[in-house]
Design a protein around this ligand. Sequence first.
Ligand code: SF4
Length: 93
Amino acid sequence: MAFKRFTDIRWEEGTCVSIGDDAFFVEVGVARVENPVLRKICDACPINVDCGEWALRHEEYGFWGGMSPADLNATRRERGIPYQRIDYGLSCA
Ligand code: SF4
């Protein structure tokens, strides 16, 4: 996960690390696993607050801290949090 090197969040403690995070990345707004399942997993995750706060600031896709991309956008608007894209330096070229 490229984003790990941009934070000091202890991502290795995230519940999705042990179950695999593929299900947490959303394709065109449709989660591969039902959102209620992901929400339950995230609710029990020991780093869910840090994860959600990171995603509110820097992530556009995927399910983070119990929030879908739509949830992230709504919460950004509610809390006035600016989205700041990070260039992870991942290029297919
Ligand atoms: S809150 Fe959810 S997405 Fe974030 S690290 Fe935990 S399990 Fe993974």
